[in-house]
Every structure is written in structure tokens, then in C-alpha cells.
Ligand binder design. Sequence first.
Ligand code: PMP
Ligand code: G9A
Length: 404
Amino acid sequence: MISLNYEEEFSEIAKNLKASEIRELLKFTQQPDIISFAGGLPNPKSFPVEKINSIVENLLKKEGASVLQYGSTEGVNSFRDTLSEFVNERYNIKTKRENILITAGSQQALYLLAKIFINPGDHVIVEAPTYIGVLTAFQSYSPKYIAIEMDDNGMDTHLLEEKLKELKKDGIKPKLLYTIPTFQNPAGVTMSLDRRKHLLELAEEFNLLVIEDDPYGELRYSGESLPILKSMDKNGQVIYLGTFSKILAPGLRLAHMIANEEIIHKAVLAKQGIDLCTNTLGQYIARDYIKGGYLIEHLPNIIRLYKGHRDLMLDMMEDEFPENVRWTHPDGGMFLWVTLPPKIDAEMMFKKAIAHKVAYVIGSAFFPNRDHKNTMRLNFTYSTEEQIKEGIKRLAEVIKEEIS
Ligand code: PMP
Ligand code: G9A
């Protein structure tokens, strides 16, 4: 009998894979007695179950087996056409079918971009804090991260400019800049118009490729809407990522990358080795959901639901949290960011929180160097209003105990 030591057999890449904190924490959303503000889950009430049911019935009746067939790697043509019209009208992104790749969630788009752009040791600029999933998607390609601090107006582009000048002096040209300009995950902040313009000026001056990840842009509860970076991109330097996860249903695993044709072509080659094509039925569902006007019709319902949740969580925090705790006041999206007094370590406090039956994501997980130990992310979309009230009370207790 041969006995294999699997650990020895795994590739170097596999040996270095680490679990995503968010995925690990999903366990807690499945435990009924724990109130979880951890995972970035949409509220199941936001899913248009009946509408999807009738669209599927119609599709199978009218288009039959073709909606169940393999499709091209790029995505279903009629869906890409519908999307290009949609983003043109709604976001003023001038694009055509050839600039669009349909992916299995924008998580896959991030993975594809890492695969086609990053060599080990390449420099990648991110926001501090940034989306955990981008760190997971990029990990096999071992980039070096440069994390730029944010404030209430998003990434500080003056710090970015200083950093880019410093790097240039050292002969370093970063490969990619990754940003979530609108209702950032995890911080909940939005990049101001001035900073958006400045960022694009810097991209031009330093010849940078920018990934604009925009899963939350449609979920605005207050304030004025701002132009998408891609709509101001004169030189094809911005790669735009949109997803149906937060405005339709994440279980469809459906997203789109909009970019220069050469980038799309390379990403298609990379995708061919991963999954051949994105699920066909889901693409037809989303096509008909947009074309029938249901997306635009249903969005205000999601916004109303989430605005209520955001307001309730903010009010509860105001009432319950001790004075020396600060948090962001997001105009949209799904998250807010809490800064505890400097001596408190949210990772150490986590066990106590679980004992009190409440969960959050430890803030340091969103920083490539895992600093900022006194921070945490709270999701306000998934829990019910009752759970938000009770969960914030529990969390306030935990924080007060920890401070004293
Ligand atoms: N980017 C960001 C910033 C996200 O928050 C998420 C999901 N939480 C994703 C990408 C991935 O989303 P999906 O793969 O479901 O499209
Ligand atoms: O991993 C997931 O389920 C998506 C959620 C992302 C997040 O919590 O930021």
C-alpha cells in the first residue's frame, strides 16, 4: 500500500493558501442563536423570487434548451448587448459587447485580473483597509501591497501621489491600483469627486491600470450620486467590475468586467482554463430581468429596506456605544467601520463577542499587514431589525467590558 503525505505533494502555491476570514465567519451566520454582523450577505428579503420564477418559466417555454447549453467564454451575446446599453444609459460608460466579459461573480474577475497582470513581487496599490476577497484572489500571485490610508472622502489621493513619486524614484512602477470608490467595503466611505479626478490624473501621469470595483454603487440611501471612474476614463486605464450579487441575487454568481478589448481577450484566455463559461441560464435570467425593467423597478425596494437598517444601526450605536468609540456614517452599501480605543484589540475581543452571541469581522483582516487591531466591520443588511437592536446592545456590552 502506498501512503501519500498530501502536505508534501501540494504545490508551493497551494501550501501558501490561507482561508478568507469572511468565508470562515459565515459559520456564525448559520448558528441561529448568534447575531452576525460579520458576512456581507444581502438580505434574503431583497431577492425577487417570484419574478425570477416567472422569468425562468418563460425562458424555458420560449427559448427551450438553448438557455441550458454551454455558452461562449465571453458571455451570452444578447446579455452583453443588454448590459452595454444599460451601463451606457445609467453610468455614461461608452462601451460595446467586445469590452464586456461575464464572470462568475466579480470575485472571479479579481482572480482573472491577478492571473493576467501580477508576477510575484509586483506592486499593487490598495486602500487601507481593503476588501478581504481581493487579498484572497491575489494571494497565489504574491504581490507586494502598498496600502493608502482613507478618510471620510475615500482614498487620500495626496498620500497616493507622494507614494507614487517615491516609488518612481526607486524605479518601481506599480502594476495595478485597486479601489472600491463608492460605499467602500469595509469602511463604507465614498471617494469624493475631486479625489476621483485626482486619481485619474495620477493614473495618467504614472501610467497606472486602475481596477474600479463597484458592487454597491446602486445602493445609495443618502447624498448625491457621483460619476463612476470608468465614465471619466479617457485612456482605457480603468477596468470596471460590476456584479448582480447585491442588486439581484449572489447565488446566480453573475458579474461583468468592462475593459479595453486586449484586456478582455487575455482574461477570456485565462477564464477558459477555469470554467469554460459562466452559467448560461443565469445570464438569460439577468438579461430578461434588466430588459423587462424589473431591475430598475425593484431597486427602490432594496434601498428602502437597507436604508431602514442603516439608520437603525446608527441610532442604536449612538445610544449604546461608549463615548470613545468612533464609526463611519455610510451613504450607501452594506457596511460600517468601527474604531475602538487604541488599546482594544478586536481580535482578542472576538471570543468574548461570541460568548455574548454576536459576531463581527475583525478589522485587521482588511489590512495586508494586519495592523489597526482596534477596528471592526459591521454589516447592516443581513440581520433583521430586531437582531440589529439586540445585536448592537450585546456588542456594546462586550466593548464596555473590554474597555473597563
Ligand atoms: N468586491 C467587493 C468589494 C465585494 O464586497 C464583493 C462581495 N462581498 C465582491 C467583490 C465579490 O462579489 P461577487 O463575487 O458576489 O460578485
Ligand atoms: O464571501 C462572501 O460571502 C461575500 C461577502 C463579502 C464580504 O463580507 O465582504
